[in-house]
Design a protein around this ligand. Structure first.
Ligand SMILES: Cc1cc2nc3c(=O)[nH]c(=O)nc-3n(C[C@H](O)[C@H](O)[C@H](O)COP(=O)(O)OP(=O)(O)OC[C@H]3O[C@@H](n4cnc5c(N)ncnc54)[C@H](O)[C@@H]3O)c2cc1C
Length: 294
C-alpha cells in the first residue's frame, strides 16, 4: 500500500516546526515526522492519513544531549542506537541503554528516535516504560501554549495516546541519572529477537551499604494500555532481601493485572517472572554498585 496524499513540510528550526504545527482550519491535520519507523508504516497501511507531514529530521539541535549533576537531558531526535552505545549514557542511565537494545533491529535503532517512541506511546515499547520507571520529565512545546513539563507517568494516557496536544512538539526529556547504590534490572520476553515484547519489566532498586533497600521503582510493559508502575512506596522491603523476597513481591504486584491479550493468564505469568528476575538483578547490581549497562 502507498500512503494517502499529503503535503511534506521540512522544519528549519524548532520555532518553524511549532508554526507549521499550529492549527489552521483550511490546512487540515499535521503530524510530526521523526525517524518514520512507526508513522510511515501506519501511513502506508492508511491507518494514519495526515494532511501535512512536518519533518523535524533536520533539527540537529534536538539530537544533542546534556549532562547535569543528577540528570541527563536528551533531545527528542536522539536515536535509539545512541542511547544504546554512547559510553556516557550507558554509565549514567544504564537502564535506558539496556532496554533500548531490545528495540527491533540495528537498522531500526539507527533511525528511530526517543521523541518518536515516546509520542507513539505503544504500551509494548521499551522507552515509555523505562522513562516512567525513571520518573523522567518530558518537555513539550507549542506556539499556542509555550512550554510544558510533564512527568512520564502522566504523559502516557492509553494505547497510542499521550496527554500531548496535536500542535505540541516533544523537544527534550530529563532523565534522573543512576545514583550510588542504585541498581537496574530489565527483562523482556519476545517470541524472537527484534519482535515486540509479549511482556517485560524494568526496575530501579536503591541499596544501602549494609544490603538493606531504601527504594524500589518497578513497572511493566505490555501489561496494560500504557506503561504500568506496579511498585508502591508503602510495600517496604524489610531486612536483607533474598530471591524469595523478589518472587513474593512480583507475585503480589502482578496478581491484579488484567492484560488485554488473548491469554491474560499467560501474560500475567510472563509479567510475574520478568518482574522477579528484573528485581533480583537490580538488587544485585545495587549491592555491588555496578552501574554500567551490561
Ligand atoms: C520492524 C520494526 C520493529 C520495531 N520494533 C520495536 C520494538 O521492539 N520496540 C519499540 O519500542 N519500537 C519498535 N519499533 C518502532 C521504533 O522504535 C520507532 O522508531 C518508534 O516507535 C518511533 O520513533 P520514530 O522516530 O521512528 O517516530 P515516527 O515514526 O517518525 O513517529 C511516530 C509517532 O510519533 C510522532 N512524533 C515523532 N516525533 C515527535 C515529536 N518530537 N513530537 C511530537 N510527536 C512526535 C509522530 O507524529 C508519530 O505519530 C519497531 C519498528 C519497526 C519498523
Amino acid at each position: 500500500m502507498k500512503p494517502a496524499p499529503f503535503a511534506y513540510l521540512r522544519a528549519r528550526s524548532v520555532a518553524h516546526a511549532l508554526g507549521l504545527l499550529a492549527p489552521t482550519s483550511e490546512e487540515g491535520d499535521s503530524k510530526v515526522l521523526a525517524g518514520g519507523q512507526s508513522l510511515v508504516t501506519l501511513m502506508n497501511l492508511r491507518l494514519a492519513r495526515p494532511d501535512r507531514l512536518v519533518d523535524i529530521g533536520g533539527l540537529t539541535e534536538l539530537e544533542r544531549t546534556f549532562e547535569d549533576t543528577d540528570a541527563v537531558v536528551l533531545g527528542a531526535l536522539v536515536r535509539h542506537r545512541m542511547l544504546e552505545t554512547d559510553p556516557t549514557l550507558r554509565r549514567r542511565i544504564p537502564l535506558v541503554a539496556a532496554a533500548v537494545g531490545h528495540i527491533g533491529h540495528v537498522a531500526i535503532r539507527n533511525r528511530g528516535t526517543l521523541g518518536g517512541s515516546l509520542s507513539h506511546a505503544d504500551p509494548a515499547a521499551e522507552l515509555p516504560l523505562v522513562m516512567t520507571v525513571h520518573d523522567a520529565v518530558i518537555h513539550v512545546e507549542s506556539a499556542r501554549a509555550g512550554r510544558r513539563a510533564i512527568r512520564a507517568e502522566e504523559f502516557f494516557e492509553s494505547v497510542f495516546t499521550t496527554t500531548m496536544e496535536p500542535d505540541e512538539l516533544l523537544t527534550w526529556v530529563t532523565v534522573p541519572s543512576a545514583r550510588p547504590g542504585q541498581g537496574w534490572g530489565f527483562v523482556e520476553f519476545a517470541p524472537r529477537i527484534g519482535d515486540y515484547a509479549q511482556a517485560g519489566a524494568a526496575c530501579l532498586v536503591t541499596v544501602r551499604p549494609d544490603g538493606t533497600v531504601t527504594t524500589v521503582r518497578a513497572g511493566l510493559m505490555a501489561a496494560a494500555d500504557r506503561p504500568l508502575m506496579v511498585s508502591r512506596p508503602d510495600d517496604v522491603v524489610s531486612g536483607i532481601p533474598t530471591e524469595q523476597t523478589w518472587t513474593r513481591l512480583a507475585a503480589q504486584w502482578t496478581s491484579g493485572l488484567e492484560p488485554m491479550t488473548d491469554d491474560p493468564e499467560h501474560t500475567r505469568a510472563l509479567c510475574r517472572v520478568a518482574l522477579a528476575q528484573a528485581l533480583g538483578a537490580a538488587y544485585r547490581r545495587g549491592r555491588t554498585n555496578e552501574q554500567e549497562a551490561a
